[in-house]
Design a binder for this molecule. Structure first.
Ligand SMILES: [Ca+2]
Ligand SMILES: [Ca+2]
Ligand SMILES: [Ca+2]
Length: 241
């Protein structure tokens, strides 16, 4: 074999091995991309007074057709730190911080349920409430979303007002209701609740039905007209039809 041929072969072997490395890299990046779910992009933060926010909520008749709770995968461990969404909220909202053990077991801790002005030191007494219930979200826009978008809604840790730890019985009393038929029993909590309700509806670009709008208007008229700050989910990441 001539020295020139040997050099050509060596160069080709090096090129082949670099191509193989590049292929492995591309495959690894592809795998990572396909297993990491992408959080929905957020639009620019807006500030608006409570009453203007209520007045501006788009109205539409609601429709429960096709709803199934399983269409909203929830209590996932989005950041893979071992704690699913329920535990993430319990840790974030604790008024006395629990000890976080292996597999995210929580020991000790204390929580305040603002809907009913109750304090609990056993986490089994608390439910994590979707402030705007999954069924209510379905009725008012989420039926047009993809499962990934509904999963993002059901596990929304991007705004602390979307999910709230409350007394389990109170969460069950609230059910799928909106403010036309449910307000927290602890009256001083109602203005906060209305503000958080409106925030979640705006954040996720959900509509309101007529009786809900009437109830929100009546309630917000008796509340301080505070400025609420909302970071909506980008329209093109939640609207798919
Ligand atoms: Ca987690
Ligand atoms: Ca919260
Ligand atoms: Ca409604």
């Amino acid at each position: 074999m001539s020295p020139m041929t040997m050099i050509r072969r060596r160069v080709r072997r090096q090129l082949d091995s670099r191509r193989a490395e590049a292929l492995v890299l591309v495959t690894l990046v592809g795998l990572m991309w396909s297993t990491v779910s992408v959080a929905p992009a957020q639009a620019e933060t807006m500030s608006v007074t409570l009453r203007s926010a209520v007045a501006g909520l788009p109205m539409e008749a609601e429709d429960r057709t096709g709803y199934d709770r399983n269409l909203f995968p929830h209590w996932v461990d989005e950041d893979r730190d071992g704690c699913h969404t329920r535990r993430e909220v319990l840790i974030a909202e604790a008024t006395a911080v629990p000890v976080v053990g292996p597999r995210c077991t929580l020991v000790g801790g204390q929580w305040y349920s603002y809907y009913d002005n109750a304090t609990w030191s056993d986490q089994s007494d608390l439910d994590i409430d979707h402030v705007v219930a999954l069924a209510e979200a379905w009725d008012s826009g989420a039926s047009r979303w993809t499962t990934a978008q509904r999963r993002a809604f059901a596990n929304d840790l991007g705004d602390e007002r979307s999910l709230v730890a409350v007394t389990d019985n109170e969460n069950q009393a609230k059910g799928d209701e909106d403010p036309a038929s449910y307000l927290p029993p602890y009256e001083p909590a109602r203005c906060r609740f209305i503000g958080e309700w409106v925030t979640v509806k705006l954040r996720w670009r959900l509509t309101v039905d007529t009786s809900e709008k009437v109830a929100l208007t009546r309630q917000s008229d008796s509340c301080p007209d505070v400025v609420i700050t909302v970071t909506p989910i980008q329209r093109n990441t939640i609207m798919c039809s």
